[in-house]
Design a protein. Structure first.
Length: 279
């Protein structure tokens, strides 16, 4: 059975919960802003991502209150002072960030409520977050209002002017190490995600070569009843079908046995052996 929601027919009950639970995991932007009177504000947003590198653009979306249709203080602030700082959220500050999301009155400083440290920025008025290992100082290029009713978002297009990175999250090549960064992701309801060995794995991108594609795999491999689409895609990332080599394990094996062994090799990231058992 498939559950459907036809938005065109007004079937929107529970839509926020479905969307926020389905489009996951999402990174969290901890956004620091300031109003025209100098009041600081800090709030997390998981409707957030990077959308351009040249120019470098982050976009986050404050959503109107579903109950009252009111704007977030963050949105009000960036309409007044078109600057912000976006900090990333790690395991070490996840609870503090959650606390900062409370609906405090306007003018209340969430840095103080959450026990987070204000650090003066170099190029913008809002303050950096001392406990966040990566901070982006940004100017607001545009604000696109998507609707006026409760639940409507506004896209805040933030151009990065300066990046601050704690060297403790870098590896020996000065790349960001995800296990040192320990970023937290947002899921639906009260669920969050951690960065662990179990939650991360590598997929080699076929950017230096052109994968042959599943449609060009030999028919008996392509139509396997044992190998999944994911496993076929690993094989199909090769440029060509490899040359058959001497491979004793292949001898006297049925087609089913070969496919079972190939599946095991692929689970061990032994793609060459998987190919040879199949040829």
């Amino acid at each position: 059975m498939i559950k459907t929601l036809d938005i065109t027919k007004g079937e929107t009950e529970g839509l926020y919960g479905f969307l926020s639970s389905a489009v996951t995991p999402r990174p969290i932007a901890l956004v620091s802003t300031i109003d025209k009177d100098g009041n600081r504000n800090l709030a997390p947003f998981s409707f957030f991502n990077v959308f351009s590198v040249n120019p470098p653009i982050l976009i986050f979306s404050p959503v109107k209150s579903g109950q009252f249709g009111t704007n977030k203080h963050t949105l009000e602030n960036v309409l007044e002072i078109k600057e912000c700082v976006v900090g990333l959220v790690t395991e070490q500050i996840a609870q503090q960030v959650s606390l900062s999301s409370c609906s405090y009155d306007k003018g209340v400083n969430e840095f103080e409520k959450a026990g987070l440290t204000e650090i003066k920025s170099d190029l913008v008025s809002p303050y950096r977050i001392g406990e966040s290992p990566i901070n982006f100082e940004c100017k607001i290029n545009d604000i696109i209002v998507l609707g006026e009713r409760g639940g409507a978002g506004s896209l805040v297009l933030s151009e990065i002017l300066k990046v601050h990175i704690d060297e403790n999250v870098l590896d020996e090549n000065e790349d960001i190490d995800p296990f040192k960064l320990k970023i937290v992701s947002r899921h639906g309801s009260d669920w969050y995600g951690k960065t662990t060995n179990e939650s991360l794995y590598k997929i080699t991108k076929p950017i230096s070569k052109l994968g042959m594609g599943i449609d060009n795999l030999p028919e008996e491999i392509r139509n396997s009843k044992i190998l999944t689409g994911n496993e076929l895609a690993i094989l199909a990332s090769s440029e060509d079908v490899p040359k058959k080599e001497l491979f004793p394990l292949r001898e006297n094996k049925s087609l089913k046995e070969k496919h079972i062994l190939a599946k095991e090799f692929l689970s061990q990231e032994k793609t060459k052996d998987a190919w040879q058992i199949l040829l």
